[in-house]
Design a protein around this ligand. Structure first.
Ligand SMILES: [Zn+2]
Length: 311
């Protein structure tokens, strides 16, 4: 739908060796027991309204909300959480989201993230489902972004989130904050005009860019599969694989190839052209001076070489 973000599930990077997933679920945040709205909360909710399908005001499942942060600088982040959630835990979300903002702006440029970033920590899986439209048991969706530009929020699934390491959490939040930047496009443009591999791949590229890790470290199992069956015949569909991470990892690798080969600035230029309404093939050619077919061939070759190294 034009002007409205897709409800984007963040990937769950399952880097090998437990780099991102701890495999140890932690307890869900406690559910609120009482209705305790403060004036500040109501102001914030009014200023960051939900998308058309995303009710955000407290539901019976989550009647109480607390906020960490201020609606003005220096804080870039507001965290909404259940009223009796551990304040230390809420502060932790806030600090992590601030780091995510820094990582995103290291790629996209200063002050590119629309502020404040709203992070809604769902008190339970049912609330997460109500806010996002995803299933309650979406164990591979630790966070997702819902709502249109200017009203978007990052919603966290408490159980799925609990299975991530600190590094994985930062990667997931950075991915989602990157989507907030992607929503800001020129008049007449829309992030929906970008192919999914570019939309998700670039968010994932932003998420991993600061880690300094090589593709083999982040997506070793995916590269092993590529080694077994060969590279995809076309640009990947992030949602086109039974294992969600597989599609996201391939999309990330497509963007990583473009950045490594032509430069990060060129990758971002492709995005802004496409999100502004230029057809993908036209934008790719204008920026890289290669046809989309040539780029696809180059990516497949690059991918096969990487896969060969881990195979
Ligand atoms: Zn995404």
């Amino acid at each position: 739908m034009p002007g409205r973000s897709r409800s984007c599930p963040g990937s769950t990077p399952r880097a090998e060796g437990g780099l991102y997933t701890s495999g140890v679920p932690v307890a869900q945040l406690p559910r609120a027991a009482a209705v305790t709205f403060s004036a500040a909360v109501l102001v914030i909710l009014a200023g960051c309204g939900p998308g058309p399908e995303e009710p955000v005001t407290a539901s019976p499942a989550e009647p109480s909300v607390q906020v960490s942060g201020e609606a003005s600088p220096p804080d870039s982040v507001l965290v909404l959480a259940a009223g009796d959630a551990d304040p230390e835990q809420v502060s932790g979300y806030s600090r992590l989201a601030e780091r995510a903002v820094g990582q995103v702006e290291a790629v996209w440029g200063p002050n590119r993230v629309p502020r404040p970033v709203l992070v809604h920590v769902a008190g339970d899986a049912q609330t997460f489902a109500g806010l996002t439209g995803h299933p309650e048991d979406a164990a591979d969706i630790p966070a997702t972004t819902v709502g249109p530009a200017g009203q978007a929020r990052v919603v966290i699934h408490p159980a799925a989130w609990g299975q991530l390491t600190e590094e994985g959490r930062l990667a997931v939040l950075t991915h989602e904050v990157a989507h907030l930047v992607q929503q800001v496009v020129p008049e007449g443009g829309s992030p929906e005009q970008a192919p999914p591999w570019l939309h998700e791949g670039l968010a994932e590229y932003t998420a991993h860019r600061g880690s300094g890790r090589e593709p083999q470290q982040i997506a070793g199992t995916v590269l092993q599969e590529v080694d077994r069956v060969g590279p995809p015949g076309d640009w990947p569909d992030p949602e086109g694989y039974p294992d969600r991470w597989h599609g996201y990892a391939l999309s990330w690798l497509a963007c990583r190839y473009l950045a490594d080969t032509y430069g990060e600035e060129q990758l971002l230029r492709v995005w802004s052209e496409v999100a502004g309404g230029v057809p993908t093939g036209t934008a790719l050619r204008a920026v890289t001076e290669e046809s989309e077919r040539q780029l696809l061939t180059g990516w497949r070759r690059w991918l096969a070489t990487l896969a060969d190294e881990v195979g």
